[in-house]
Write a protein of this length. Structure first.
Length: 632
């Protein structure tokens, strides 16, 4: 995501350079420089190709870049692939929240502010809380505001006034674009169009993150502007002209900080109806604290801007030298930014090695499960947030865990059959969910319930149900929920019936699956890139494997002969196996990775060649100079 934002900056810079080239009649130079830059970019990116191409390939089947085949559910209106809009735009800055770049606590800071910053609320609840949710903006929660620094904002505005280079305009334009993009669903007409029509955008979430663009460009313009002031101030009449611009920039930014701080109640009510519904009795205290935070923050920002403007006045009046100006501005910026940064990133955010390690100690429930030496089974941990807590995957191959880029088909399975409130028992069985951890008990707040009905690593089915659509495939998996004692009429049995899409009709043509009383498919060896099984069945059959179907790179071999992998039960793999005993091997050999590896190798060789050539010619040039001037 950050890399994509960097490309936005580079594109804007390219447009700016093209404009300058046209104005100066240097189009040929621009074209040549662009070609060389693209070649250099390609060479520089070459060593990253294994990871890049693999990620690009995977993204097409993930919730980031894929499109669900289902015609119902939350994803039904997604036309072009990528993330669901509600999910992608969840962390959108409100328009007013933008001004936190100048006044950091305008929106109450973070969702867990130290109680000392909200004295009225803390007193109202008798000091019973160490942290209070003073943030009242629209985002679900916030660690802290995006604050550029009052002085940086002031110097940015001043820089736009004093810098004569046309490059300042593309910087201002791309900064404004990024700010509008950060508004997300609060400027839906604009941002939804970008999401649907600009490549890559529908794979990105958290619109507020795009503020890294102006966060990088504002200081650039700020430093550039101060440099130009120091360079131009000695010219006739420039001191007065520059002082006028300093006053104007200070008036704009400092005045805005004062207006937001002192007059914030004219624009904001310092409440969020949805979040504050639970705080009815103390809501007036919350409003008082939030307004005070905004007021004090606005006054402090205006104060820092005034001090910075004072330093520039002293320099322009020749009362201090350029060295003292730079040192003074640097010190003020430090004093402005560090306290706010320290408030959200301090010693509380770190732990010593022993304390940190404690987070990764198995609970008694985990230790009990880990005694099972079966190399491959899954665990459903209901004692944690099933899909938003990654810690469960530290010890177990989890049904849940956290991933912002799950496969689209697995996300579909979650939405329909494992939504966190209820779990389809047969789906858990087909995923070989051997253990379920539930809250309670005496084992560190969690206890283990074995699931004896888990289907195992692989099994032969007795029947095949062929369906024409994705909807029918996933809905045919209807079965009792976890914990239900009654089985519904017509409920699906994952052990008995495989549900297969008609797109695989060719692979199963003429197959009448059967199994004898001793038929089995058992795991032999489990590895990341190779998994092997042994099977035995007196009849031709269909074996279903409790591994997620992924068509890019995985190949199956039965007794050394490649065999088509069939998608069964919406997310699993299946193989058509002839009668008899067989050795089955699944191998993962993604062409994208190995192609990327070749590109990386070639790029690395070329880069080393360029480095060696540069050193050689530099040495040769230095030697020639020495030979031409032996007395030097």
């Amino acid at each position: 995501q950050i890399l994509f934002y960097m490309f936005i900056i580079l594109l804007a810079m390219g447009i700016g350079l093209l404009y300058v080239a046209i104005q100066e009649g240097k189009i040929k130079n621009f074209i040549l420089a662009s070609i060389l830059s693209i070649v250099a970019l390609g060479l520089g990116a070459g060593p990253s190709m294994p990871a890049f191409l693999s990620t690009l390939e995977y993204s097409k089947l993930s919730m980031r870049g894929g499109t669900s085949e289902l015609t119902f559910g939350h994803d039904k209106d997604k036309k072009t692939g990528g993330l669901d809009k509600d999910y992608a735009f969840r962390w959108s800055n409100s328009i007013g929240e933008t001004f936190c770049i100048l006044v950091p606590y305008l929106y109450g800071g973070g969702s867990g502010e130290d109680a000392s910053h909200a004295p009225a609320t803390s007193d109202a609840i008798g000091g019973r809380a160490e942290q209070l949710p003073t943030y009242w903006g629209p985002q679900p929660f916030l660690s802290g505001p995006v604050y550029f620094g009052a002085i940086i904002c002031f110097l940015f505005v001043l820089g736009l006034m004093v810098i004569r280079s046309p490059h300042k305009w593309w910087i201002a334009a791309v900064s404004a674009l990024a700010i509008m993009m950060s508004w997300g669903n609060h400027f839906a007409a604009f941002n939804y169009w970008i999401f649907d029509n600009i490549p890559v955008m529908n794979k990105l979430r958290t619109p507020s993150m795009v503020l890294v663009i102006p966060e990088f460009l504002f200081p650039l313009v700020a430093v550039w502007g101060v440099q130009d002031i120091m360079k131009d101030y000695s010219a006739p009449g420039m001191r007065e002209e520059l002082w006028k611009k300093v006053k104007l920039a200070a008036g704009i930014t400092g005045g805005l900080a004062l207006l937001l701080g002192l007059g914030g109640s004219m624009f904001f009510d310092f409440t969020n109806a949805a979040k504050d519904a639970q705080y009815k009795e103390i809501l007036p205290d919350f409003k008082e604290d939030r307004a005070a935070m905004a007021r004090n923050s606005g006054l402090l920002s205006a104060f820092y801007i005034a001090l910075s403007a004072g330093l520039l006045w002293a320099f322009l009046k020749q009362k201090i030298k350029a060295t003292y100006l730079m040192a003074g501005l640097g010190f003020l910026i430090f004093v402005d930014l560090i306290p706010t940064a320290w408030r959200y990133l301090n010693e509380k955010n770190y732990a010593d090695a022993d304390t940190y390690t404690e987070h990764f100690q198995p609970r008694p429930a985990d230790a009990q499960i880990l005694q099972d030496k079966d190399p491959y089974y899954r665990v459903l941990d209901l004692s944690k947030d099933v899909y938003n807590d990654a810690s469960q995957a530290y010890f177990h191959k989890a049904v849940g865990g956290y991933s912002p880029a799950k496969m689209e088909i697995y996300q579909d399975l979650i939405d329909v059959h494992m939504n966190g409130q209820s779990f389809n028992a047969q789906v858990l069985d087909m995923l070989n969910t051997k253990y379920i951890i539930v809250p309670g008990g005496q084992q560190g707040g969690a206890q283990v319930i074995p699931n004896p009905s888990a289907d195992g690593n692989a099994w032969f089915v007795r029947d095949i149900k062929v369906v024409p659509t994705a909807d029918e495939e996933i809905l045919s998996m209807k079965a009792a929920k976890l914990g239900d004692t009654a089985k519904g009429v017509g409920d699906w049995n994952s052990r008995e019936t495989a549900i297969i899409r008609s797109t695989f009709s060719k692979e199963i043509a003429g197959l009448h699956p059967g199994l004898d009383s001793g038929a089995f498919v058992k795991l032999d060896k489990y590895g990341l890139n190779e998994i092997s099984y042994k099977s035995s069945n007196a009849k031709e059959g269909l074996a279903v494997f409790s591994d997620i179907w992924y068509p890019l790179g995985w190949k199956a071999y039965v007794d050394g002969k490649e065999t088509p992998i069939i998608r069964a039960d919406y997310v699993l793999r299946a193989l058509r196996l002839p009668a008899g005993q067989h050795e089955i091997v699944f191998k993962f050999h993604p062409n994208s990775f190995y192609t990327g590896n070749k590109i990386a190798g070639i790029s690395s060789l070329l880069l080393w060649g360029l480095i060696i050539a540069a050193v050689y010619f530099s040495f040769r040039k230095s030697k020639n100079k020495s030979d031409d001037n032996p007395d030097a």
